[in-house]
Design a protein around this ligand. Structure first.
Ligand code: ADP
Length: 454
């Protein structure tokens, strides 16, 4: 893989002065990179073994508030430390920052050095291990959709998020002319990420003014989630370097299309695609049918992990390419699950429910758990749906609000068994808190609607 560095490479680069800064990062509940900026010399001498962070970092909201109600940490327990354990297989240069490299860390208990169960990387690793015990390996790809804006993050914030001007003036789906105008931001994103060891496939304009998509070649589930988190971070940073803003808010305007993160999934064994059976309908093996049956059946249980905020649910609207139903279809973009690459070795399922705000570790873990359950229980896949799925009254709905998704998460016996009660309780609390914070706010819409006329 171009870009990835061995620890020996890193030591040599620090010694010759080409690297002076090492970012030790972990992924928080929101999928963000958090951590410290080390002097290279310190990192290669001592801190590569471990460093520490406050354990509130896996119990905050987007604004770093410290809500009560988490069993793992609280004011009462004094907010102690976690160990950040660098995963030295993830050392890579950060070419868009001078003299900088990065490493991703696992989060461990400060005392016994066991993985913290609700840390996103640990949650995904547990499902990967379960899948390996069944003899399979997952290959996943997460598409990243986002909007680019003319102004910088700081200008937009100072303006109270009111004057948001997308970088293009028209729907730029597959447009070469318009996307040429955006190369000042998009070309460094592709090239810097490629040089950092991410197998970038392409970027393209998406179906709204200012909307972009970045595609990264499929990889093992953990690599895929690492790639997603690093790419999302880089997109914001490189936009900022260019005086622009990039948002992964799924729905930034009621009249604009939302942003998704579709997740492509296939299972493999000894380098062979086990989802493929040339003698079966659409080339879908029995393993694939069971996996998809689990994915579809348990979609309401894990919707929270695909749509974690109030805003996430504004995206699920008819006629927008964002799904509203947990059904599958063959190459049909109105269903929650789309069969891709039918009758080929590349046969795979694309989940279209997730928004651009999903945490890829949690989303992939929950979907792997559902697929595994489908395989273990040999679940039957219902027939494919056809036509406009939005109008299919019999099809099961995706939970339509955060409140509803929180309740399906809380009550999910399947997720409690697969992820553990502690993990489900932790994220249920995160979901409740998000709702409580929103419920306390008086929105602009309420004021404008009722101020004079109510
Ligand atoms: P489309 O244009 O129909 O969305 P692409 O060919 O661009 O499809 O593929 C979309 C994503 O699916 C890419 O990121 C690609 O790497 C990924 N992908 C391709 N084959 C597989 C597979 N067998 N398993 C998982 N992901 C795959």
């Amino acid at each position: 893989m171009p870009g990835l560095m061995s620890f020996e490479d890193l030591k040599a680069s620090v010694a010759d002065g080409s690297i002076d800064t090492v970012l030790a990062c972990f992924v928080d509940m929101q999928g963000r990179l958090m951590g410290k900026r080390f002097h290279g010399a310190n990192f290669v001498e001592t801190s590569f073994e471990e460093t520490h962070c406050c354990n509130y970092l896996l119990a905050t909201d987007l604004e770093m508030a410290t809500p009560d109600g988490y069993a793992s940490t609280s004011w009462r327990t004094g907010y102690g430390d976690y160990v950040m354990k660098p995963d030295l297989a993830t050392v890579r240069p950060v070419p868009w920052l001078d003299g900088t490299a990065m490493v991703l860390c696992d989060i461990l208990d400060h005392h016994d050095h066991k993985p913290i169960p609700h840390s996103p990387r640990a949650i995904l690793k547990k499902q990967i291990a379960h899948l390996e015990a069944l003899g399979f390996e997952a290959k996943m790809a997460t598409e990243l959709e986002f909007f680019l804006f003319e102004q910088s993050f700081d200008d937009i914030r100072k303006d109270g998020f009111r004057t948001l001007e997308p970088i293009s003036g028209y729907n730029e789906d597959y447009h070469i002319l318009q996307t040429t105008k955006e190369e000042g931001v998009m070309r460094p994103i592709r090239n810097h990420l490629f040089a950092a060891g991410l197998p970038i496939e392409n970027s393209k304009g998406e179906a709204e003014a200012g909307q972009e998509e970045l595609n990264i070649r499929y990889a093992g589930a953990l690599d895929c989630a690492d790639h997603h988190s690093i790419a999302k971070h880089a997109i914001k940073e490189i936009a900022w370097q260019n005086g622009r803003a990039a948002t992964f808010l799924p729905k930034w305007h009621k009249d604009r299309v939302g942003s998704s993160s579709h997740v492509h999934q296939s299972l493999w064994k000894d380098g062979e695609a086990v989802f493929y059976d040339p003698s079966a309908k659409y080339g879908m093996s029995a393993v694939m049918r069971h996996y998809m049956a689990g994915l579809i059946n348990y979609a309401p249980d894990y919707t929270y992990f695909l749509a974690p905020y109030i805003n996430s649910y504004k995206r699920f609207a008819k006629g927008t390419f964002a799904p509203t139903k947990t059904v599958w279809s063959v190459d049909n973009r109105t269903a929650g699950f789309r069969l891709c690459g039918e009758n080929t070795k590349g046969v795979r399922v694309e989940c279209r429910i997730g928004g651009s705000d999903l945490n890829p570790y949690l989303a992939q873990a929950a979907m792997l758990a559902a697929g595994i359950k489908g395989i273990e229980d040999k679940m039957e896949l219902p027939p494919a749906t056809t036509g406009d799925v939005y109008e299919d009254a019999k099809a099961q709905d995706i939970p339509q609000t955060l409140r509803a998704a929180t309740e399906t998460l809380r009550g999910s016996a399947f997720l409690r068994e697969a992820l553990g009660d502690d993990v489900v309780d932790h994220y249920t609390r995160a979901a409740e808190w998000e709702q409580e914070e929103f419920d306390r706010v008086v929105t602009d819409w309420e004021i404008a609607r009722g101020f004079e006329r109510a």
